[in-house]
Design a binder for this molecule. Structure first.
Ligand code: MN
Length: 257
């Protein structure tokens, strides 16, 4: 099903690129599967329209934790529109100094999103957990079950011991090139099972060779993953493709790749 795909970007802010329609067309031409995450449910319609004609770019409905103060009231729109989406994200919690004052409000938004995903079922969620991984995992345990919600921890940055808890709860991890360039990212990835790994870019927020990343940069993430894991890039590609296939199947997608 996923054999001819050249790469998988499971976390990309397509709608924050200068020309999203052009990027989507390029993903289709070059056969890169891309999950187009969003930061506000108000962006859902436009993302749905842009991606309607290609199986290679799939939109996700989200409400970013860093926007909880500004846009927390949009959570009702998120709940309303979620039935139209297979993927939810970007959602989650951010406990870093700039955002920890809003953690209580963030948790309300995140919990509402998880409850609705659980109610609807067959949803995979791309989840932000910076400096709040334990709280994220607690809410996942309290509000979701692995048969209805598949969590993908995006750019996970907590310790391997915390990651092990997430693995036990059924979480997948989407990993980008920037993570793989840091020592802490490398030791984390070493600890993760191959059958839970996915690639991502978090583009356009990540930088590679002094330019903003694009979904096609997952190719270099695969190469770095191979180095860290001590296996061939072909083997990593095979694993990621199988993992991606399971995630897509979970949400009811059988794309004609
Ligand atoms: Mn992001």
């Amino acid at each position: 099903m996923t054999e001819s795909v050249q790469g998988f970007d499971f976390h990309c802010h397509v709608d924050l690129f200068p020309d999203p329609a052009r990027l989507i067309a390029e993903c289709q031409e070059r056969k890169f599967f891309t999950l187009a995450v969003t930061t506000t449910p108000k962006a859902w319609r436009q993302n749905q329209l842009w991606t309607a004609k290609t199986p290679f770019v799939v939109p996700a409905i989200g409400l970013h934790p860093e926007l909880a103060v500004q846009r927390g009231h949009e959570v009702t729109l998120l709940e309303e529109l979620m039935s139209e989406a297979r993927f939810v994200g970007e959602i989650g919690l951010d406990g870093s100094p700039a955002h920890r004052d809003s953690l209580e409000l963030q948790a309300k938004v995140f919990a509402a999103a998880l409850r609705q995903a659980q109610r609807l079922g067959a949803k995979a969620a791309s989840i932000h957990s910076r400096r709040a991984a334990k709280q994220v995992l607690q809410l996942l345990s309290d509000l979701t079950t692995p048969d209805r919600v598949l969590p993908i921890l995006h750019w996970f940055s907590d310790a391997p011991a915390v990651a092990a808890v997430a693995v036990a709860k059924g979480c997948y991890f989407s990993v980008n090139r920037q993570m793989l360039e840091s020592a802490s990212g490398q030791s984390l990835v070493k600890s993760l099972p191959l059958d839970r790994l996915l690639t991502e870019t978090d583009a356009p927020f990540t930088v590679s060779e002094r330019r903003a990343c694009v979904p096609f940069d997952v190719v270099s993430a695969v190469e770095l993953l191979a180095k860290v894991k001590g296996i061939s890039a072909d083997d990593v590609r095979g694993e990621i493709s199988a993992n991606a296939g399971r995630v897509l199947e979970f949400v009811g997608l059988q794309p004609a790749f």
